[in-house]
Design a binder for this molecule. Structure first.
Ligand code: AMP
Length: 291
């Protein structure tokens, strides 16, 4: 018997997760996986809704993965609220929460990792060394543990989504990776568990990131060179009150290399710091013929 939090069944052990999924699969039910680090908000719940619409059974995972945090990042202070999260998942008709501890995911002697490859080199990869290897490793483990038919990831973490698609393809993981559009606050700020860190003055500045990205995309549509629009966007973020711009770049949506001829879809990508908080966001750039 699985433990429950409120009405939501919870698996702490990989064996419990496997047993539950095996029962579902034996009944010919399809299974969707939604990996998260918890502190759930409407962005996560959009992934659950997408999963609900595309599979018979929905599993959410909550695991604050230590290997994807750098030594000076926010692992210890990352927001954690398992009871609140479980209530939200139950209300969203999630069937199972998988919430292992670190020893279950990384037992003594753990030594094998997944290298995320060239998609991890640009953008956030330049500022968070090892981050995407940590993500690729934990997501690979979750996909092999849960063996879902589909797994849902947000476009909010666009580079992560592209890396996970590549990992699943390259390692022949039998699972369809689904991307889900970004859910925003009414003022345009992309929802994020890290928004809880923002002081009121920082929260006031934060929506500028989306405005600046939308403006950069509009400039490119009007004929400005992508690199020029990106440079203007970086300056606009500082002007709006961001303390440091890690990057604002316009890249091909698939390869994440600098956008050139605009015959293929692009993506305007940004990461910038407001005080101690690092925010990321992105916005699609339609290819010339589709504008
Ligand atoms: P996290 O808990 O931050 O690791 O995020 C778990 C999943 O939720 C990832 O696939 C994220 O891309 C996705 N996600 C986070 N915020 C949003 C958002 N505002 N809109 C859509 N998906 C999101």
């Amino acid at each position: 018997m699985l433990q429950t939090i409120g009405t939501l069944p919870v698996a702490r052990k990989i064996a419990e997760l496997r047993r539950t999924v095996a029962d579902w699969r034996r009944n010919s039910e399809t299974v969707a996986l939604v990996p998260t680090m918890g502190a759930l908000h409407a962005g996560h719940l959009a992934l659950i809704a997408h999963a609900r619409a595309h599979a018979d059974r929905v599993i959410a995972t909550i695991f604050v993965n230590p290997t994807q945090f750098g030594p000076n990042e926010d692992f210890t202070r990352y927001p954690r609220d398992e009871a609140g999260d479980a209530a939200k998942l139950a209300a969203a008709s999630c069937d199972l929460l998988f919430a292992p501890d670190a020893a279950e995911m990384y037992p003594a002697g753990f030594a094998t990792t997944v290298s995320a490859g060239p998609l991890a080199a640009p953008l956030c990869g330049r500022f968070r060394p090892g981050h995407f290897d940590g993500v690729a490793t934990v997501v690979t483990k979750l996909l092999l543990q849960a063996h879902p038919h589909i797994a849902c990831f947000g476009e909010k973490d666009y580079q992560q989504l592209q890396i996970i698609r590549r990992v699943a393809r390259d390692l022949d993981i039998d699972c369809t990776i689904e991307g889900v559009p970004i859910v925003r606050e009414s003022d345009g700020l992309a929802m994020s568990s890290r928004n809880a860190y923002l002081a009121p003055e920082e929260r006031r500045i934060a929506p500028a990131m989306h405005r600046v990205l939308v403006d950069a995309v509009a400039q490119v549509a009007r004929g400005t060179a992508p690199q020029e629009a990106a440079a203007a966007g970086s300056a606009a973020l500082l002007q709006a009150g961001f303390d440091k711009v890690d990057y604002l770049e316009i890249v091909y949506a698939e390869s994440l290399q600098p956008l050139g001829d605009q015959t293929r879809p692009g993506r305007a990508m940004a990461a910038a710091r407001l005080g101690k908080t690092r925010l990321i966001d992105n916005e699609p750039v339609l290819p010339r013929g589709a504008r």
